[in-house]
Design a protein around this ligand. Sequence first.
Ligand code: GRF
Length: 208
Amino acid sequence: MRKKTRIAVLASGRGSNFEALSSACLEGGYPASIEILIADNSQAGAIAAAAARNIPSVTVDCGPKRGTMSDEASDRMARLCRERGIDLVCLAGFMRIVRGALLDAYAGKMLNIHPALLPSFKGLDGQHQALEYGVRYSGCTVHFVDKGVDTGPIIIQRVVPVRQDDTVESLSARILAEEHRAYPEAVRLYAERRLRIEGRRVIIDEET
Ligand code: GRF
């Protein structure tokens, strides 16, 4: 049997995607395990969720500049991942653009989940942007992380209808339920080595 893919999850907030991933990892036969949670602030709800599951967590001060990380923080996170033999980094509501040593070390081995159908509505508040724009469908996207913001090759998208009476909250809740399915599914495909990147496209190989 192939060794399980060792995951580091990076989160800033609530942590529901962290929970969805960690629940999947507890299922028999799931090919991945979460070895560490890295948060950029000590208030992140994901930290309590990790503690409840006996998953170690570390808070890394990413510096004062919102939305990005200092070189020192990137170096430290890369070191933490290396020390734990991390194969895959999953961003789950991590509110900073990953750059530097961490991105270099995990190019092609880092995933993100975004609450919109990319390439529409990149960046912050994807649900709000979709509602304001008036689209009839939105959803979520799991993609590889590259140097841009929400621009990497797309692995999985799940679609939800936008209702006439939707608020940002109701639409976000409908999208979030799909996020919790899509992320574990994408991680499974990655861990089963079934994803190949060809240019912008991700080819999903058949199960063997
Ligand atoms: C999710 O909507 C995710 O798509 C976005 O940030 C939110 C994080 O939620 N990147 P949670 O912390 O996983 O509950």
